[in-house]
Every structure is written in C-alpha cells, then in structure tokens.
Design a protein around this ligand. Sequence first.
Ligand code: ADP
Length: 447
Amino acid sequence: MFSRILVANRGEIALRIIRACNEMGIETVAVYSEADRDAIYLNYATEKICIGPAPAAKSYLDMSKIISAAEITDVEAIHPGYGFLSENVHFAEVCESCNIIFIGPKPSASKAVSDKIQTRSVAKSCGVPLLPGSDTPLKDENEAVRIAHQIGFPVILKAARGGGGRGMRVAHNDMSLINSFLVVQSEAKSAFKESDIYMEKYIENSRHIEFQILADNYGNMIHLGERDCSLQRRHQKLVEESPSPVLAPDLREKIGAAAKKIARAINYNNAGTVEFLLDKNDNFYFIEMNGRIQVEHPVTEMVTGIDLVRKQIQIAAGEKLDIPQERVTLNGHAMECRINAEDPTDGFRPSTGKITKYYQPGGPGVRVDSHLYQGYEISPYYDSLIAKLIVYRDTRDKSIKAMKRALEEFVIEGIKTTIPLHLAIFGHSRFVEGQIDTTFVENYVIR
Ligand code: ADP
C-alpha cells in the first residue's frame, strides 16, 4: 500500500479523500490555492502546499505545479478527485512518466472515454443499444440537417468532450438546429478546447440511469448497481438515488451487463461510471462513460457498503478486487441532495460570502459530505457545490422523510443556498411517487 498520497483537489472531495487515507494509515499532502488557505481539509492532511493564486488555471489546473508539489513531498500517488485534472489524459501520462501513480484509469482507458463519439462507437461494436445519431464529428450545418431528417426531430447536439451538462442543445426543427450548430460548436471550443460536436436523437421524458463500475488491473470487474440521477436542472444533476424506483431486477442485470461489456472493451481499470438513458418503455441507451469518482458516489457506498475511494486507492496500489459480483447487493435506499451556493429565487445566481451560522443535520441514516464551517468564506472562483446531504434508510419512503427533516435541520446562513429548492422537490407528490424524468424540475418545480 502507498505510504503517501497527494490530493490534487479542493473542497468536499479533498476532504473525502483525506478521510479515506487517514482511515487507511496513508499520509496525505493537501494542495491549496491562496483562496483556500483557510480550508478545513488542510488541518487533516499530513502536509500542505500552496500551489498558487485563486484562479484554477493558475493552481488546481496547473499540472507543473501539482507535479512539483508531488516531487517535493515525495508522494507515490496522486488522487485527482473529480473535475480539475481528473479526466485529463495528458496529466495521467505525465504522472506515469514521473513514476507517480495516478489514482484513476490508465491513460489509454481515460483516452477512450474522453471522446464521447469514440465511446459511442465502442458501445456500438459491443452491441449495446445507442440512440441513433452521428458516428463521426459533424462537418457542418448541412450534414446536421441531413442526419436530423434521417433520425427525426427532436435531436440534441453535444460537444464530443462535453461534461457537466454544458455544450448541449436540443433542436426541434431545421431553423433551431442551424442556429444551435455554431453555438454548440463555439461552446465546445471555449469550454472544452475542441470543437467536435455530434448529434443524438433526443428522447423526451427519459430517466438518467448510471452504473458504477470497479475494475482492478488484472481484468476483474464488478458493477455496483445503479444511481438514478433523473432529478436535474439544465442537464445538471440535483438529486441522486440508489436503487432507482423504476428498475426491476432483470433490467438491472441487463443494463449492468451492458455497462461491464463497454468497460471491458475499453480495458478499463479503477472506478468508472457508465451512463444510460431509460425511456418510458424501459428501453435503455448508452450515452457516455465517466472515468473518475463521481460527485454522487456516496449513494452507492451507502447501499452496497463498499467504500469507493478506498477501493480506488487499493486498485491503484495493485491490489486485486476481492468482491465477486455475486456478493454485491443493494440493501436499503440512499439519496443525495447536492446543495449549491446559489440563489434559486434569482436565476440560480452564484452566492458568495461568509457563512455566519452553520449547523449540519445528523441522526440516524444521515451523512453530510461538506467542507463548510461557521466563518468559512465562499469565494467566487470555484464550483458552487458546498455540501452533499446523503440519507440512508431501509425504504425509499423512509429516505424521503429522513431527507425532508434533514433539509429542515440544515442551517447555512450568510449566503443563499438551494436548500429551499430541495424542500420543494421533496414536498412534490410526483417526486414522492417516483414519477419523474430529466425535465421534472423545470416542468413542475421551477416553472
Ligand atoms: P454531460 O457529460 O454533460 O453530463 P451527458 O451526455 O451525460 O452529458 O448528458 C447529461 C444529461 O443531458 C442527461 O442526463 C440527460 O438529461 C440529457 N441528455 C443527454 N443526451 C440526451 C438525449 N439524447 N436525449 C435526452 N436527454 C439527453
């Protein structure tokens, strides 16, 4: 096992990784930008190193600074968390060439999942269902219109290297498709530094169902069931749950097998997530694979009893996966609310400033993954996720009741948060009955 790991991230995920290392007896090196000098996770790490000014490009995204910090502190491995450098193939290659183990998929696997057009063709060659669309990057608007006429409107244009719900646009006719084409292309170029875009048939009223995969370096692979992430706003996840309220055991087995087939074809290792859309008639379609630990990993941890971050570290250290597929069972029900520092009454504008009062919920079945504390200053530089509120009870109904009371207990003052939005979601009868799809929040809650 490693004796020392550098955590190349910040916020709640840095804290999550440091906690796992502390339980495993592994020393940690925490990096931080000038804006994060008062971060709580720095207190729990063995060593801390400032890697530059607040803007991420000059700190958390600066490979040379991270690698220098790793070399100075003599670590054996780097955990990238999610976001920042976690899916940067070049960073994984640089780590390899510096003899530092990257805790994540090997560069070839990371490369295979980083381009959604390529992963679509892998899924196709595995015989996994896909939505009709373009098999290669779209050349121009004319090609887009031609393919849209073949597959039928509505269609969705997506950036090949997109993520976080950005670089995507739905078109219902020729005019909106032509208008969206250049917009998505330029969004792709500015946000993801590559202008390749592709098209898929847009399915209305679908659910987002994703499967967690774990694979060691010796070809052993398991899936840990699904997370239903259909509760979204603008294609960004707000609430996740496991198991899904709509997945029958045979369908779980079928989609889980499809997820493993794709991961195997890529020769995938470490933790990964294979994402699907499920339509009203229980047809499932592969959409993409993510090669990192996901924000919503805790719901899987709660229902499987498997510590995913610990497993990532063990796999990266060369340990064999010691859990056969038959031993993975989903017990009870878990849900997660992503709490953002945003004002839901003002177009979800990011909210910054000092936390003047903080009290986090507890009691049976409640887990809070957050880096907040009273007096903490939320800066405008990073993602607005400030806390993940996770509940775990034996049924979905009890999880909903636990989540409601936990949301009511949660005190975060001094800034605006999305807690009122979550209370509205959890108070909605359609949500309670599990009758939701990816457009539920926009159609029934915000309007
Ligand atoms: P990202 O990598 O940005 O998260 P995804 O491809 O995973 O992008 O899609 C994010 C969300 O966008 C999905 O969960 C779903 O709500 C919506 N979406 C993506 N593709 C389609 C599609 N073909 N039909 C309907 N909704 C889609």
